[in-house]
Design a protein around this ligand. Structure first.
Ligand code: XMP
Length: 509
């Protein structure tokens, strides 16, 4: 692989994805990975990521100098370049002016062809508070910006390169071409990775591992568990069993649609009706965290009980993705605060009576979507909006009752239908209704009403970590509001949520 050493940048995963988009396999290891571990992976090249530290600070993540003597090409990005300079004998200091945002970069004269892609004043994304004052011996300055004299450097003989800017983001317009040029032309790496190859390899692996045993999987209806199921089914046929725990917190028509989609792909789905149990345990539970935990625990109880009832299964398939697997070093300051306890079907506890099969554990989300298409999922399925594991329960503020579920389900169906019939669908990350725990006064016909309020949420996002409000077209909003109030008994007022994430979150609980 191309190995990316993670020094704690939020953008490390972007680097890995950019490389894979070139059909070159990449993996991420923490910067602290021992030399032996790095060599064991037989990397074709090293990329050193950015990171929040300063190389001269005590405790800053270090780079083993021996890595520079392996004869491997190395590209340092941002902190990665500074640590490269630091270790190779250059000088790094706090900059007089912090450089942030898109800046014009100009390559130096008489440097290697790697820099040819950049015309004078090419836009690049900068984000740093330290500067390289003196490049290490054997290195030449390869480019500058107005405030950063050493914005790029190279040691052609040893194949060591560094850029202060971030080539892995779209704001650096020539960034992807630069990475491709580096990997293909400078490092001589050929295309070595396709999803089709990945699929074949994992189908074989599952067959070899599971042998004549049986494999079970809990589907959530989401893309990850569905693609996992398709892959496992391809490997094992009838020895693969897919369960779906119906928790009664699904959206309108969701279950029949899912059954239809899966059966058209030849996967029989066994539905476990646990609606009453979930509702019973949720009775009177209004606290969001308590709701989430109750739902998570109930799911596990039901799943383990039902699996046991059906025999002794040794293997359980889960839709774990690469971002969950990477030993994250994005928080050198320790684990980040728990904002919400996420419940995924993929988030079953470690101590379960099964051995795990995780065929997607090397993939990013967009790769899972592409693999889903390869396995026959429709575009409609693959591009559906994300839906949280705890379902409608976290969109009913206050306690969940069958009546409130019914009200929200109907209102939400209208939001979905209206958005999906508009050209907006592909622009939005999520769009849904939330049922608020307040009542307000209205007038219908000649009568006073005193009923519930529904809020509409519509956001754009890349990965759910941050989100922007999408201000829906007033015509569309008007139609949604009118239809909900006119046809959903129990709602007499509709409001629109205009809060971005952060400081708000996407879901209300
Ligand atoms: P928040 O509300 O934290 O949501 O801004 C970010 C994204 O995650 C989804 N979400 C969940 N997904 N289990 C899931 O599988 C959960 O418990 C859960 N909670 C939130 C949310 O829909 C949004 O896309």
């Amino acid at each position: 692989p191309v190995l990316i050493l993670d020094f704690g940048s939020q953008l490390t995963q972007n680097i890995a994805r950019r490389v894979r988009e070139m059909e070159i396999y990449s993996e991420i290891l923490p910067a602290s990975a021992p030399l032996a571990e790095i060599r064991r992976r037989q990397p074709l090249a090293l990329i050193l990521s950015g990171g929040p530290s300063s190389v001269y600070e005590p405790g800053a993540p270090a780079l083993d100098p021996a890595l520079l003597d392996l004869g491997l090409p190395v590209l340092g990005i941002c902190y990665g370049m500074q640590i490269l300079a630091h270790v190779a004998g250059g000088k790094v200091e706090r900059a007089k002016v912090r450089e942030y945002g898109v800046q014009p970069f100009t390559p130096a004269k008489d440097v290697s062809p790697l820099w040819d892609l950049f015309r004078p004043n090419s836009p690049v994304l900068m984000s740093h508070g330290d500067n390289i004052i003196t490049p290490p011996p054997g290195f030449t300055v390869a480019g500058h910006t107005e405030t950063t004299p050493v914005a790029a450097m190279e040691n052609r003989k040893k194949g060591l390169y560094g850029v202060q800017f971030h080539p892995e983001v779209t704001q650096t317009v020539a960034g992807v071409d630069f990475l491709r040029h580096f990997l293909r032309d400078i490092c001589g790496i050929k295309k070595n990775w396709t999803l089709k190859g990945y699929l074949d390899r994992h189908v074989e692996e599952i067959r070899a591992r599971v042998g004549t045993d049986h494999l079970i999987c809990a589907l959530s209806g989401g893309i990850d568990s569905t693609v996992t199921a398709l892959l496992c089914h391809r490997a094992l046929g009838e020895r693969f069993h897919a369960f779906f725990v119906d928790n009664g917190l699904l959206r309108k028509n969701e279950l029949p649609e899912m059954e239809r989609d899966l059966s058209s792909l030849g996967i029989p789905l066994e539905i476990i009706d646990a609606r009453d149990l979930f509702l019973d345990r949720l009775k009177g539970v209004a606290d969001p965290e308590k709701k989430r935990k109750t739902i998570g625990r109930t799911f596990i109880d039901v799943f383990v009980r039902e699996a046991r009832r059906r025999g002794t299964y040794r293997y359980l398939a889960q839709g774990t993705l690469y971002p969950d697997v990477i030993e994250s070093v994005s928080s050198f300051g320790g684990p980040s605060a728990v904002i919400k306890s996420h419940h995924n079907v993929g988030g079953l506890p470690k101590r379960m009576p099964f051995e795990l099969v995780e065929p997607l554990r090397e993939l990013f989300k967009d790769e899972v979507r592409r693999l889903g298409r390869e396995l026959g999922l429709s575009d409609r399925f693959v591009s559906r909006q994300p839906f949280p594991g705890p379902g409608l329960a976290i969109r009913i503020l206050g306690s969940v009752t069958p009546e409130r579920l019914h009200i929200l389900r109907e209102a939400d169906a209208i939001v979905r239908e209206e958005v999906e019939n508009s050209p907006l669908r592909s622009e939005l990350w999520q769009y849904f209704a939330v049922l608020l725990p307040v009542k307000s006064v209205g007038v219908m016909g000649d009568a006073r009403t005193y009923e519930n309020v529904a809020a509409i949420r519509a956001v754009c996002s890349v990965d759910g970590m941050t989100a922007d409000v999408h201000y829906l077209d007033p015509g569309l909003l008007g139609r949604i509001s009118h239809r909900i109030i006119a046809t959903v008994p129990g709602i007499n007022r509709v409001v629109f949520d205009i809060s971005p994430k952060p400081p708000s979150t996407i879901e209300w609980e």
